[in-house]
Design a protein around this ligand. Structure first.
Ligand SMILES: Nc1nc(=O)c2c([nH]1)NC[C@@H]1CN(c3ccc(C(=O)N[C@@H](CCC(=O)O)C(=O)O)cc3)C=[N+]21
Length: 283
């Protein structure tokens, strides 16, 4: 039976540290602030942004949730980003995705001050991560949370074979950079990869984010591997499930993240951590 990598517990631990850091900053008169921009009323996005807003306030972080109707125009969202860029009380800005089709996400993300880009999606920050640059810059929060959990559970990265399924800008590509920078041998698969099992069966570390329930079974996984499930799907009975057949895969994996209670809670905790980082870096 595999060790379950507990994202809720890891998040609680990280949030406790973040709350202490916020308290330290308050002594110097600094209150970290995050602004989340939500356009439309996609039910999942409404829940996630509400959770972020609540968690921030609980940790003592100033939080603004700015909502726009689904038919918002590009210019008005852009103007709001610029207001937050110029607002000294806000040091972290996030535009929740997905966005309605009339909005151009690339342009909006590029309008965010890179020093306030808490998602790490601005090309300046993407480039720094890709180049393994030294110094302080934000990185995407889901991969950051995954790296924190791998470290906490002492999963070796240097010298390992890591396989990533899914090449999104949110997860797969930043994960590729982080693991490569940490000296893993990284293979990135996509939906056209011939014989994907050839890769997955040799993976010491398997990271799955494709958006398909039960995409990975025990037969796809190397004995003793670590499996990280980034999927968020609703099954036929409305329950939240990942991309990995958890019951099956936990029989062969050494370590595995559940859904819910794995990568998700750590994403929000890492977002809060990085909000405080940005506040400290801007001092
Ligand atoms: N600009 C931007 N940044 C993001 O970081 C971002 C985004 N857009 N768009 C959507 C994805 C998804 N995401 C999640 C955050 C928390 C949970 C989470 O807390 N999940 C809980 C369960 C929550 C539930 O019950 O629905 C869990 O897995 O245990 C999941 C998913 C952030 N994202």
């Amino acid at each position: 039976m595999a060790t379950i990598i507990d994202g809720r517990n890891s998040a609680a631990e990280l949030n406790a540290t973040t709350a202490r850091r916020v308290a330290q900053l308050k002594k110097k008169g600094i209150v970290p602030g995050i602004a989340v921009i939500l356009v439309g009323d996609d039910p999942a996005s409404v829940i996630y942004t509400r959770n972020k807003d609540r968690k921030a306030k609980k940790l003592g972080i100033r939080s603004i949730l700015k909502r726009f109707p689904a038919d918002a125009r590009q210019a008005e969202v852009l103007a709001t980003i610029q207001e937050f860029n110029n607002d000294d009380r806000i040091n972290a800005i996030l535009v929740q995705s997905p966005l309605p089709s009339q909005l151009d996400e690339t342009t909006l993300v590029q309008a965010i001050d890179p020093a306030k880009d808490v998602d790490g999606f601005h090309p300046v920050n993407v480039g720094k991560l890709y180049g393994n640059e030294e110094g302080n810059y934000p990185i995407p929060c889901t991969p950051r949370g995954i790296m924190t959990m791998l470290s906490k559970y002492q999963v070796p990265i240097a010298g390992s074979n890591a396989v990533i399924i899914g090449r999104s800008n949110l997860v797969g590509k930043p994960m590729l950079s982080l693991l490569t920078n940490a000296n893993a041998t990284v293979t990135m698969l996509n939906h056209l990869t011939p014989n994907p099992q050839y890769y997955t069966q040799n993976a010491d570390l398997l990271i799955v984010g494709v958006g398909q329930p039960n995409f990975i079974h025990a037969a796809d996984v190397k004995k003793g591997a670590t499996v990280i499930d980034v999927g968020i799907n609703r099954n036929s009975s409305g329950h939240l499930v990942g991309d990995v057949d958890f019951e099956d895969v936990q029989k062969v994996a050494a370590k595995i993240t559940p859904v819910p209670g794995g990568v998700g809670p750590m994403t929000i905790a890492s977002l809060m951590e990085q909000t405080v980082d940005l506040a400290e870096w801007s001092e």
